[in-house]
Design a protein around this ligand. Structure first.
Ligand code: N01
Length: 533
Protein backbone atom coordinates (compact mmCIF):
# COMPACT_ATOMS: atom_id res chain seq x y z
CA UNK A 1 0.00 0.00 0.00
CA UNK A 2 1.52 3.35 -0.92
CA UNK A 3 1.94 5.58 2.12
CA UNK A 4 -0.07 8.54 0.79
CA UNK A 5 0.29 10.59 3.93
CA UNK A 6 4.08 10.53 3.78
CA UNK A 7 4.40 10.72 0.05
CA UNK A 8 4.90 14.12 -1.59
CA UNK A 9 5.61 15.58 -4.98
CA UNK A 10 8.44 17.63 -3.52
CA UNK A 11 10.31 18.11 -0.28
CA UNK A 12 11.75 21.57 0.31
CA UNK A 13 14.47 21.81 2.94
CA UNK A 14 14.65 25.21 4.62
CA UNK A 15 12.20 28.01 5.41
CA UNK A 16 14.42 30.95 4.61
CA UNK A 17 13.93 33.33 1.71
CA UNK A 18 14.59 30.63 -0.91
CA UNK A 19 12.65 27.81 0.75
CA UNK A 20 9.54 29.90 1.36
CA UNK A 21 9.39 30.97 -2.25
CA UNK A 22 10.05 27.40 -3.45
CA UNK A 23 7.10 26.12 -1.39
CA UNK A 24 4.89 28.87 -2.77
CA UNK A 25 5.92 28.32 -6.39
CA UNK A 26 5.66 24.53 -6.34
CA UNK A 27 2.30 24.61 -4.60
CA UNK A 28 1.11 27.05 -7.27
CA UNK A 29 1.90 24.29 -9.80
CA UNK A 30 -0.52 22.06 -7.90
CA UNK A 31 2.20 20.02 -6.24
CA UNK A 32 1.93 18.42 -2.81
CA UNK A 33 4.87 19.91 -0.96
CA UNK A 34 6.37 19.16 2.45
CA UNK A 35 8.86 21.59 3.96
CA UNK A 36 11.28 20.85 6.76
CA UNK A 37 12.97 23.51 8.85
CA UNK A 38 15.35 22.95 11.75
CA UNK A 39 14.37 26.24 13.41
CA UNK A 40 11.11 26.76 15.25
CA UNK A 41 9.92 29.35 12.71
CA UNK A 42 10.44 30.82 9.25
CA UNK A 43 13.27 33.19 8.37
CA UNK A 44 16.44 31.15 7.79
CA UNK A 45 19.45 33.44 8.19
CA UNK A 46 17.21 36.11 9.67
CA UNK A 47 15.84 33.71 12.24
CA UNK A 48 19.29 32.77 13.56
CA UNK A 49 21.37 35.94 13.21
CA UNK A 50 19.81 37.99 16.02
CA UNK A 51 23.06 39.43 17.27
CA UNK A 52 23.12 43.11 18.26
CA UNK A 53 23.44 45.35 15.22
CA UNK A 54 22.42 42.63 12.73
CA UNK A 55 21.26 44.43 9.62
CA UNK A 56 21.20 43.63 5.92
CA UNK A 57 23.80 45.30 3.71
CA UNK A 58 21.53 45.33 0.64
CA UNK A 59 18.95 48.14 0.69
CA UNK A 60 15.60 46.97 2.04
CA UNK A 61 13.66 48.18 -1.00
CA UNK A 62 15.73 45.77 -3.11
CA UNK A 63 16.21 42.98 -0.56
CA UNK A 64 12.60 41.87 -0.79
CA UNK A 65 10.54 39.56 -2.98
CA UNK A 66 9.54 40.81 -6.40
CA UNK A 67 7.14 37.98 -7.34
CA UNK A 68 4.07 39.44 -5.67
CA UNK A 69 3.16 42.95 -6.80
CA UNK A 70 0.52 43.38 -4.09
CA UNK A 71 3.00 42.40 -1.40
CA UNK A 72 5.49 44.86 -2.87
CA UNK A 73 2.92 47.62 -2.64
CA UNK A 74 1.53 46.77 0.80
CA UNK A 75 4.81 46.29 2.70
CA UNK A 76 6.64 49.45 3.75
CA UNK A 77 10.25 49.30 4.89
CA UNK A 78 11.13 51.69 7.67
CA UNK A 79 14.88 52.04 7.10
CA UNK A 80 17.30 52.09 4.21
CA UNK A 81 19.10 49.00 5.56
CA UNK A 82 16.60 46.83 7.40
CA UNK A 83 17.47 45.43 10.80
CA UNK A 84 17.17 41.68 11.45
CA UNK A 85 13.87 41.95 13.33
CA UNK A 86 12.19 43.90 10.53
CA UNK A 87 13.29 41.37 7.90
CA UNK A 88 12.06 38.53 10.11
CA UNK A 89 8.70 40.30 10.51
CA UNK A 90 8.55 40.70 6.73
CA UNK A 91 9.20 37.01 6.10
CA UNK A 92 6.57 36.12 8.71
CA UNK A 93 4.15 38.40 6.87
CA UNK A 94 4.93 36.69 3.54
CA UNK A 95 4.45 33.27 5.17
CA UNK A 96 1.04 34.35 6.48
CA UNK A 97 -0.02 35.99 3.24
CA UNK A 98 0.66 32.81 1.25
CA UNK A 99 -0.16 30.31 4.00
CA UNK A 100 3.36 28.86 3.76
CA UNK A 101 3.72 27.61 7.34
CA UNK A 102 1.15 24.91 6.73
CA UNK A 103 3.59 23.15 4.38
CA UNK A 104 6.30 22.90 7.04
CA UNK A 105 7.33 20.75 9.91
CA UNK A 106 9.37 23.09 12.10
CA UNK A 107 12.05 22.19 14.66
CA UNK A 108 12.79 19.31 12.31
CA UNK A 109 16.21 18.86 10.80
CA UNK A 110 16.67 16.76 7.67
CA UNK A 111 19.46 14.35 8.48
CA UNK A 112 19.50 12.17 5.36
CA UNK A 113 18.04 11.85 1.90
CA UNK A 114 18.64 9.08 -0.57
CA UNK A 115 17.54 8.46 -4.10
CA UNK A 116 16.05 5.13 -5.12
CA UNK A 117 16.75 4.28 -8.74
CA UNK A 118 13.89 1.84 -9.07
CA UNK A 119 11.11 4.05 -7.78
CA UNK A 120 12.72 7.28 -8.96
CA UNK A 121 11.95 8.86 -5.59
CA UNK A 122 13.81 10.44 -2.73
CA UNK A 123 13.47 9.14 0.81
CA UNK A 124 13.99 11.94 3.32
CA UNK A 125 14.73 11.34 7.01
CA UNK A 126 14.67 13.77 9.89
CA UNK A 127 15.93 14.05 13.44
CA UNK A 128 12.34 13.68 14.61
CA UNK A 129 12.27 10.13 13.22
CA UNK A 130 10.08 11.15 10.26
CA UNK A 131 10.55 9.40 6.93
CA UNK A 132 8.84 10.75 3.85
CA UNK A 133 9.26 10.19 0.15
CA UNK A 134 9.14 12.68 -2.71
CA UNK A 135 9.76 12.80 -6.40
CA UNK A 136 11.74 16.04 -6.17
CA UNK A 137 14.14 17.30 -3.52
CA UNK A 138 14.75 21.04 -3.30
CA UNK A 139 17.61 22.05 -1.04
CA UNK A 140 17.14 25.63 0.12
CA UNK A 141 19.44 25.12 3.08
CA UNK A 142 21.16 28.47 3.00
CA UNK A 143 24.68 29.49 2.10
CA UNK A 144 25.72 31.06 5.40
CA UNK A 145 23.94 28.86 7.89
CA UNK A 146 26.37 26.20 9.11
CA UNK A 147 28.20 28.08 11.87
CA UNK A 148 31.96 27.83 12.23
CA UNK A 149 33.11 27.35 15.85
CA UNK A 150 36.90 27.18 15.68
CA UNK A 151 38.53 24.46 17.75
CA UNK A 152 40.49 26.73 20.05
CA UNK A 153 42.04 24.78 22.96
CA UNK A 154 39.89 25.08 26.09
CA UNK A 155 36.94 26.58 24.18
CA UNK A 156 34.33 24.57 25.99
CA UNK A 157 35.80 25.30 29.42
CA UNK A 158 34.78 28.98 29.30
CA UNK A 159 32.60 29.58 32.36
CA UNK A 160 30.99 32.86 31.24
CA UNK A 161 28.30 33.45 28.62
CA UNK A 162 29.33 32.13 25.20
CA UNK A 163 27.54 32.95 21.95
CA UNK A 164 27.98 32.62 18.19
CA UNK A 165 26.55 35.51 16.19
CA UNK A 166 24.98 33.07 13.71
CA UNK A 167 23.14 31.13 16.43
CA UNK A 168 22.20 34.00 18.71
CA UNK A 169 19.82 33.08 21.56
CA UNK A 170 16.23 34.23 21.65
CA UNK A 171 16.46 35.48 25.21
CA UNK A 172 17.71 39.00 25.79
CA UNK A 173 21.47 39.32 26.24
CA UNK A 174 22.64 42.11 28.56
CA UNK A 175 26.07 43.66 28.10
CA UNK A 176 25.89 46.35 30.74
CA UNK A 177 28.83 46.29 33.11
CA UNK A 178 30.29 43.18 31.50
CA UNK A 179 33.72 42.44 30.07
CA UNK A 180 32.95 41.14 26.58
CA UNK A 181 35.36 39.47 24.15
CA UNK A 182 34.58 39.28 20.42
CA UNK A 183 36.54 36.88 18.21
CA UNK A 184 36.27 37.75 14.51
CA UNK A 185 36.06 40.94 12.50
CA UNK A 186 34.01 39.97 9.44
CA UNK A 187 30.58 41.50 8.74
CA UNK A 188 29.06 39.95 11.88
CA UNK A 189 31.81 41.09 14.27
CA UNK A 190 31.99 44.55 12.73
CA UNK A 191 28.23 45.02 13.17
CA UNK A 192 28.25 43.64 16.72
CA UNK A 193 31.23 45.48 18.22
CA UNK A 194 29.98 49.12 18.21
CA UNK A 195 26.58 48.14 19.63
CA UNK A 196 28.07 46.08 22.46
CA UNK A 197 30.58 48.85 23.21
CA UNK A 198 27.73 51.27 23.98
CA UNK A 199 26.88 49.49 27.24
CA UNK A 200 29.56 46.93 28.05
CA UNK A 201 32.18 47.76 30.67
CA UNK A 202 34.85 46.65 28.26
CA UNK A 203 35.02 45.14 24.77
CA UNK A 204 38.10 43.20 23.73
CA UNK A 205 38.26 42.57 20.00
CA UNK A 206 40.37 39.59 18.97
CA UNK A 207 41.25 40.38 15.36
CA UNK A 208 43.08 37.93 13.13
CA UNK A 209 42.44 39.68 9.79
CA UNK A 210 41.23 43.27 9.46
CA UNK A 211 38.52 44.03 6.91
CA UNK A 212 37.51 46.93 4.73
CA UNK A 213 34.30 48.51 5.87
CA UNK A 214 32.23 51.44 4.60
CA UNK A 215 29.74 53.38 6.74
CA UNK A 216 26.15 52.32 6.06
CA UNK A 217 24.66 55.81 6.38
CA UNK A 218 21.48 54.07 7.37
CA UNK A 219 18.43 56.30 7.77
CA UNK A 220 14.67 56.15 8.01
CA UNK A 221 12.92 56.10 4.63
CA UNK A 222 10.64 59.11 4.11
CA UNK A 223 7.09 58.50 2.76
CA UNK A 224 7.74 60.41 -0.51
CA UNK A 225 10.76 58.21 -1.25
CA UNK A 226 8.76 55.04 -0.54
CA UNK A 227 5.95 56.26 -2.81
CA UNK A 228 8.44 56.87 -5.64
CA UNK A 229 10.00 53.44 -5.21
CA UNK A 230 6.63 51.71 -5.18
CA UNK A 231 5.53 53.53 -8.30
CA UNK A 232 8.77 52.61 -10.04
CA UNK A 233 9.10 49.01 -8.91
CA UNK A 234 8.60 47.35 -12.34
CA UNK A 235 11.55 49.24 -13.82
CA UNK A 236 13.63 48.91 -10.63
CA UNK A 237 13.20 45.14 -10.69
CA UNK A 238 13.84 44.91 -14.43
CA UNK A 239 17.15 46.73 -14.03
CA UNK A 240 18.01 44.57 -11.01
CA UNK A 241 17.39 41.33 -12.89
CA UNK A 242 19.76 42.24 -15.71
CA UNK A 243 22.39 43.74 -13.40
CA UNK A 244 25.47 41.99 -12.05
CA UNK A 245 24.58 42.34 -8.38
CA UNK A 246 20.79 42.16 -8.37
CA UNK A 247 20.19 45.81 -7.56
CA UNK A 248 19.56 48.68 -9.98
CA UNK A 249 23.05 50.12 -9.56
CA UNK A 250 25.70 50.34 -12.19
CA UNK A 251 29.33 51.40 -12.02
CA UNK A 252 30.90 54.38 -13.71
CA UNK A 253 31.02 53.83 -17.49
CA UNK A 254 34.81 54.07 -17.51
CA UNK A 255 37.55 52.24 -15.64
CA UNK A 256 39.25 53.74 -12.57
CA UNK A 257 42.44 54.35 -14.53
CA UNK A 258 40.67 55.80 -17.55
CA UNK A 259 39.61 58.90 -15.63
CA UNK A 260 41.87 61.52 -14.08
CA UNK A 261 42.66 61.68 -10.36
CA UNK A 262 40.14 64.44 -9.68
CA UNK A 263 37.30 62.51 -11.32
CA UNK A 264 38.33 59.35 -9.51
CA UNK A 265 38.20 61.09 -6.14
CA UNK A 266 34.87 62.68 -7.02
CA UNK A 267 33.39 59.25 -7.77
CA UNK A 268 34.87 57.62 -4.65
CA UNK A 269 33.57 60.55 -2.54
CA UNK A 270 30.11 59.95 -4.00
CA UNK A 271 30.09 56.22 -3.19
CA UNK A 272 31.65 56.82 0.23
CA UNK A 273 28.93 59.34 1.06
CA UNK A 274 26.28 57.04 -0.34
CA UNK A 275 27.57 54.34 1.99
CA UNK A 276 27.72 50.56 2.03
CA UNK A 277 29.46 47.73 0.21
CA UNK A 278 28.48 49.02 -3.24
CA UNK A 279 31.66 51.08 -2.97
CA UNK A 280 33.25 47.90 -4.39
CA UNK A 281 31.48 48.66 -7.66
CA UNK A 282 32.28 52.34 -8.12
CA UNK A 283 34.38 51.49 -11.19
CA UNK A 284 33.89 48.40 -13.36
CA UNK A 285 37.54 47.28 -13.14
CA UNK A 286 37.96 47.49 -9.37
CA UNK A 287 37.96 43.74 -8.84
CA UNK A 288 39.70 42.81 -12.07
CA UNK A 289 42.67 45.16 -12.27
CA UNK A 290 45.06 45.48 -9.34
CA UNK A 291 46.18 49.00 -10.22
CA UNK A 292 42.54 50.12 -10.39
CA UNK A 293 41.87 48.33 -7.13
CA UNK A 294 44.80 50.12 -5.50
CA UNK A 295 43.12 53.48 -6.11
CA UNK A 296 39.97 52.34 -4.25
CA UNK A 297 42.01 50.68 -1.52
CA UNK A 298 44.14 53.76 -0.89
CA UNK A 299 41.03 55.95 -0.73
CA UNK A 300 39.42 53.76 1.94
CA UNK A 301 42.65 53.37 3.89
CA UNK A 302 42.95 57.15 4.14
CA UNK A 303 39.38 57.26 5.49
CA UNK A 304 40.20 54.65 8.16
CA UNK A 305 43.20 56.77 9.22
CA UNK A 306 40.84 59.76 9.56
CA UNK A 307 38.22 57.85 11.56
CA UNK A 308 40.54 56.20 14.08
CA UNK A 309 42.27 58.68 16.40
CA UNK A 310 45.21 56.49 17.43
CA UNK A 311 47.41 56.11 14.33
CA UNK A 312 48.96 52.91 15.65
CA UNK A 313 45.52 51.29 16.05
CA UNK A 314 44.42 52.63 12.64
CA UNK A 315 47.34 50.85 10.94
CA UNK A 316 46.35 47.57 12.58
CA UNK A 317 42.76 47.98 11.33
CA UNK A 318 43.88 48.33 7.71
CA UNK A 319 43.96 45.06 5.76
CA UNK A 320 47.25 44.17 4.08
CA UNK A 321 46.38 40.76 2.73
CA UNK A 322 43.75 41.23 0.04
CA UNK A 323 42.62 43.68 -2.64
CA UNK A 324 39.57 45.70 -1.54
CA UNK A 325 36.29 44.05 -2.51
CA UNK A 326 37.70 40.52 -2.88
CA UNK A 327 36.22 39.75 0.53
CA UNK A 328 32.75 41.22 0.91
CA UNK A 329 33.21 44.84 1.99
CA UNK A 330 31.46 45.29 5.31
CA UNK A 331 28.67 47.85 5.74
CA UNK A 332 29.05 49.25 9.26
CA UNK A 333 27.56 51.74 11.68
CA UNK A 334 30.33 53.31 13.77
CA UNK A 335 32.81 50.44 13.62
CA UNK A 336 36.11 52.28 13.27
CA UNK A 337 34.91 55.04 15.61
CA UNK A 338 34.36 52.38 18.31
CA UNK A 339 38.14 52.15 18.69
CA UNK A 340 38.16 55.79 19.85
CA UNK A 341 36.27 54.72 22.98
CA UNK A 342 38.08 54.12 26.25
CA UNK A 343 36.33 50.78 26.73
CA UNK A 344 37.35 49.13 23.43
CA UNK A 345 40.65 47.28 23.11
CA UNK A 346 42.07 45.75 19.92
CA UNK A 347 44.09 42.57 20.27
CA UNK A 348 46.03 41.87 17.10
CA UNK A 349 46.17 38.08 16.86
CA UNK A 350 48.80 38.27 14.14
CA UNK A 351 51.16 39.67 16.79
CA UNK A 352 49.82 37.87 19.83
CA UNK A 353 47.89 34.73 18.85
CA UNK A 354 45.31 33.05 21.06
CA UNK A 355 46.93 30.17 22.95
CA UNK A 356 43.89 28.97 24.85
CA UNK A 357 40.48 29.76 26.24
CA UNK A 358 40.29 29.30 30.01
CA UNK A 359 37.24 29.27 32.31
CA UNK A 360 37.85 32.95 33.01
CA UNK A 361 38.84 34.36 29.62
CA UNK A 362 41.06 34.25 26.54
CA UNK A 363 44.80 33.81 26.80
CA UNK A 364 46.99 35.18 24.04
CA UNK A 365 50.77 34.99 23.85
CA UNK A 366 50.94 38.23 25.89
CA UNK A 367 48.60 37.22 28.72
CA UNK A 368 45.08 36.42 29.90
CA UNK A 369 42.12 38.78 29.38
CA UNK A 370 39.40 38.02 31.86
CA UNK A 371 35.91 38.07 30.37
CA UNK A 372 32.29 37.66 31.43
CA UNK A 373 31.10 36.98 27.89
CA UNK A 374 32.74 35.63 24.75
CA UNK A 375 31.15 36.17 21.34
CA UNK A 376 32.29 34.08 18.39
CA UNK A 377 31.78 36.11 15.22
CA UNK A 378 33.74 33.46 13.39
CA UNK A 379 31.54 32.95 10.37
CA UNK A 380 30.25 29.91 8.55
CA UNK A 381 31.19 26.80 6.62
CA UNK A 382 29.78 28.69 3.66
CA UNK A 383 27.88 27.41 0.63
CA UNK A 384 28.56 23.70 1.17
CA UNK A 385 28.37 23.36 4.98
CA UNK A 386 24.60 23.08 5.24
CA UNK A 387 24.55 20.47 2.45
CA UNK A 388 27.43 18.36 3.72
CA UNK A 389 25.76 18.11 7.13
CA UNK A 390 22.97 16.09 5.46
CA UNK A 391 23.76 12.50 4.50
CA UNK A 392 22.77 12.95 0.84
CA UNK A 393 22.99 9.88 -1.37
CA UNK A 394 22.28 9.84 -5.08
CA UNK A 395 22.37 7.01 -7.61
CA UNK A 396 24.05 3.81 -6.39
CA UNK A 397 24.30 5.18 -2.88
CA UNK A 398 27.01 7.67 -3.82
CA UNK A 399 27.25 10.40 -1.19
CA UNK A 400 27.40 14.10 -1.98
CA UNK A 401 30.34 14.34 0.43
CA UNK A 402 32.28 11.92 -1.82
CA UNK A 403 31.11 13.58 -5.03
CA UNK A 404 32.35 16.92 -3.68
CA UNK A 405 35.45 15.72 -1.84
CA UNK A 406 37.68 17.89 -4.05
CA UNK A 407 35.24 20.82 -3.93
CA UNK A 408 31.63 21.40 -4.97
CA UNK A 409 30.68 20.44 -8.54
CA UNK A 410 27.36 21.58 -9.94
CA UNK A 411 25.74 22.42 -13.24
CA UNK A 412 24.58 26.07 -13.04
CA UNK A 413 24.74 25.84 -9.23
CA UNK A 414 21.40 24.05 -9.51
CA UNK A 415 22.01 20.40 -10.14
CA UNK A 416 24.55 17.66 -9.40
CA UNK A 417 25.44 14.73 -11.65
CA UNK A 418 24.34 11.44 -10.08
CA UNK A 419 21.60 13.15 -8.02
CA UNK A 420 18.49 13.08 -10.22
CA UNK A 421 15.49 15.28 -9.42
CA UNK A 422 17.51 17.18 -6.83
CA UNK A 423 17.83 20.95 -7.07
CA UNK A 424 20.03 23.22 -4.99
CA UNK A 425 18.89 26.82 -4.54
CA UNK A 426 21.67 29.43 -4.34
CA UNK A 427 24.26 26.67 -4.40
CA UNK A 428 27.95 26.74 -5.29
CA UNK A 429 28.30 27.63 -8.97
CA UNK A 430 25.51 30.22 -8.77
CA UNK A 431 25.94 33.97 -8.34
CA UNK A 432 23.89 33.95 -5.10
CA UNK A 433 26.27 35.34 -2.49
CA UNK A 434 27.74 37.87 -4.89
CA UNK A 435 24.32 39.32 -5.66
CA UNK A 436 21.02 40.17 -4.02
CA UNK A 437 20.05 36.84 -2.43
CA UNK A 438 16.31 37.46 -2.77
CA UNK A 439 16.34 37.99 -6.51
CA UNK A 440 18.85 35.18 -7.08
CA UNK A 441 16.61 32.78 -5.11
CA UNK A 442 13.59 33.88 -7.15
CA UNK A 443 15.50 33.30 -10.38
CA UNK A 444 16.50 29.78 -9.29
CA UNK A 445 13.04 28.79 -8.11
CA UNK A 446 11.35 30.20 -11.23
CA UNK A 447 13.80 28.24 -13.37
CA UNK A 448 13.12 25.04 -11.41
CA UNK A 449 9.34 25.48 -11.74
CA UNK A 450 9.61 26.01 -15.52
CA UNK A 451 11.84 22.96 -15.72
CA UNK A 452 9.19 20.87 -13.97
CA UNK A 453 6.59 22.18 -16.43
CA UNK A 454 8.86 21.04 -19.24
CA UNK A 455 9.26 17.57 -17.72
CA UNK A 456 5.49 17.22 -17.47
CA UNK A 457 4.96 18.42 -21.02
CA UNK A 458 7.53 15.92 -22.30
CA UNK A 459 6.33 13.12 -20.04
CA UNK A 460 9.77 12.82 -18.47
CA UNK A 461 10.01 11.60 -14.89
CA UNK A 462 13.61 12.42 -14.08
CA UNK A 463 16.14 15.11 -14.84
CA UNK A 464 19.82 14.94 -14.02
CA UNK A 465 22.83 17.05 -14.89
CA UNK A 466 25.30 15.23 -17.14
CA UNK A 467 28.83 14.83 -15.86
CA UNK A 468 30.16 16.64 -18.95
CA UNK A 469 27.91 19.64 -18.32
CA UNK A 470 29.08 19.77 -14.70
CA UNK A 471 32.73 19.59 -15.73
CA UNK A 472 32.21 22.37 -18.25
CA UNK A 473 30.33 24.58 -15.77
CA UNK A 474 32.98 24.11 -13.08
CA UNK A 475 35.63 25.11 -15.66
CA UNK A 476 33.56 28.17 -16.64
CA UNK A 477 33.24 29.24 -13.00
CA UNK A 478 36.96 28.74 -12.41
CA UNK A 479 37.89 30.67 -15.56
CA UNK A 480 35.57 33.52 -14.59
CA UNK A 481 37.06 33.70 -11.11
CA UNK A 482 40.62 33.48 -12.42
CA UNK A 483 39.98 36.56 -14.57
CA UNK A 484 39.31 38.58 -11.40
CA UNK A 485 41.21 39.46 -8.24
CA UNK A 486 38.82 37.41 -6.04
CA UNK A 487 41.08 34.36 -5.68
CA UNK A 488 43.75 36.62 -4.13
CA UNK A 489 41.83 36.75 -0.84
CA UNK A 490 41.67 33.95 1.73
CA UNK A 491 37.91 34.30 1.90
CA UNK A 492 34.98 32.04 2.67
CA UNK A 493 34.16 32.27 -1.07
CA UNK A 494 37.15 29.93 -1.45
CA UNK A 495 36.48 27.88 1.66
CA UNK A 496 39.73 29.28 3.04
CA UNK A 497 38.18 29.97 6.47
CA UNK A 498 37.56 26.29 7.23
CA UNK A 499 40.62 24.15 7.99
CA UNK A 500 40.93 21.32 5.45
CA UNK A 501 38.19 22.56 3.11
CA UNK A 502 39.21 22.28 -0.58
CA UNK A 503 40.28 25.64 -1.95
CA UNK A 504 37.80 26.23 -4.78
CA UNK A 505 36.19 29.55 -5.67
CA UNK A 506 32.56 28.59 -5.11
CA UNK A 507 30.28 31.36 -6.46
CA UNK A 508 29.75 32.14 -10.14
CA UNK A 509 31.39 35.53 -10.51
CA UNK A 510 29.88 36.59 -13.85
CA UNK A 511 26.90 38.35 -12.30
CA UNK A 512 23.16 37.72 -12.05
CA UNK A 513 22.14 39.16 -15.44
CA UNK A 514 24.60 37.07 -17.41
CA UNK A 515 23.85 34.00 -15.34
CA UNK A 516 20.11 34.38 -15.90
CA UNK A 517 20.70 34.57 -19.65
CA UNK A 518 22.77 31.37 -19.55
CA UNK A 519 20.09 29.52 -17.54
CA UNK A 520 17.35 30.72 -19.89
CA UNK A 521 19.39 29.66 -22.89
CA UNK A 522 19.94 26.18 -21.41
CA UNK A 523 16.18 25.87 -20.87
CA UNK A 524 15.17 27.07 -24.32
CA UNK A 525 17.68 24.64 -25.82
CA UNK A 526 15.72 21.71 -24.35
CA UNK A 527 17.62 21.74 -21.06
CA UNK A 528 21.00 21.34 -22.70
CA UNK A 529 23.45 19.49 -20.45
CA UNK A 530 20.70 17.64 -18.59
CA UNK A 531 19.62 14.05 -19.16
CA UNK A 532 15.83 13.63 -19.17
CA UNK A 533 14.26 10.24 -18.79
O1 N01 B 1 32.04 35.68 8.90
P1 N01 B 1 33.46 35.91 8.20
P2 N01 B 1 30.87 36.74 9.16
N1 N01 B 1 40.64 32.72 15.46
O2 N01 B 1 33.91 34.55 7.78
C1 N01 B 1 37.61 35.21 12.21
C2 N01 B 1 27.40 37.78 5.36
N2 N01 B 1 26.95 38.71 6.39
O3 N01 B 1 29.80 36.02 9.90
O4 N01 B 1 39.61 36.39 8.29
C3 N01 B 1 40.44 34.03 15.26
O5 N01 B 1 33.43 36.97 7.19
C4 N01 B 1 37.99 35.47 10.79
O6 N01 B 1 39.37 35.78 10.68
P3 N01 B 1 40.15 35.42 9.30
C5 N01 B 1 28.44 38.48 4.50
O7 N01 B 1 28.34 38.00 3.19
C6 N01 B 1 26.31 39.81 5.98
O8 N01 B 1 31.40 37.97 9.73
O9 N01 B 1 39.78 33.99 8.96
N3 N01 B 1 39.62 34.55 14.37
C7 N01 B 1 37.06 36.62 10.46
O10 N01 B 1 37.54 37.83 10.94
C8 N01 B 1 29.71 38.02 5.17
O11 N01 B 1 30.84 38.07 4.34
C9 N01 B 1 25.92 40.73 6.89
O12 N01 B 1 41.56 35.59 9.64
C10 N01 B 1 38.91 33.69 13.62
C11 N01 B 1 35.80 36.24 11.24
O13 N01 B 1 36.21 35.34 12.26
C12 N01 B 1 29.36 36.61 5.59
O14 N01 B 1 28.01 36.68 5.99
C13 N01 B 1 26.16 40.55 8.24
C14 N01 B 1 39.04 32.30 13.77
C15 N01 B 1 34.76 35.57 10.40
O15 N01 B 1 34.36 36.44 9.39
C16 N01 B 1 30.16 36.06 6.75
O16 N01 B 1 30.35 37.07 7.72
C17 N01 B 1 26.80 39.40 8.64
C18 N01 B 1 39.96 31.83 14.73
N4 N01 B 1 40.17 30.52 14.91
C19 N01 B 1 27.20 38.48 7.71
N5 N01 B 1 38.21 31.71 12.89
C20 N01 B 1 25.24 41.94 6.38
O17 N01 B 1 24.35 41.87 5.57
C21 N01 B 1 37.59 32.70 12.22
N6 N01 B 1 38.02 33.89 12.67
C22 N01 B 1 25.73 43.22 6.83
Amino acid sequence: MPDVENSFDAVVVGAGIAGLYAVHKLRARGMRVRGFESAAGVGGTWYHNRYPGARCDVESIDYSYSFDEELQQEWTWSERFAAQDEILRYLGHVANRHDLRSAYEFSTRVTAADYDDRSGRWTVRTDTARTVSARFLVLATGVLSATNMPEIPGRDSFAGELYHTGAWPHHGVEFEGKRVGVIGTGSSGIQTIPVVAETAARVTVFQRSPNYSIPARNRPLPPEFIADVKAGYPERRRLSRISGGGTPNSPHPRGALEVDAAERTRIYDQWWERGGYLFAKAFPDQTTNLAANDTAREYVEAKIRELVHDPEIAEQLIPDDHPIGTKRIVTDSGYFEAYNRENVELVNLRRTPITEITPSGVRTSDGLRELDMLIFATGFDAMTGSLSRIDLRGRDGRTLRDAWSAGPRTYLGLAVSGFPNMFVVSGPGSPSVLANMVLTAEQHVDWIASCLDYLDEHRATTIEASEDAVTEWVATCNANAAATLFPAANSWYLGANIPGKPRVFMPYVGGLGKYRAICDDVASDGYRGFVLD
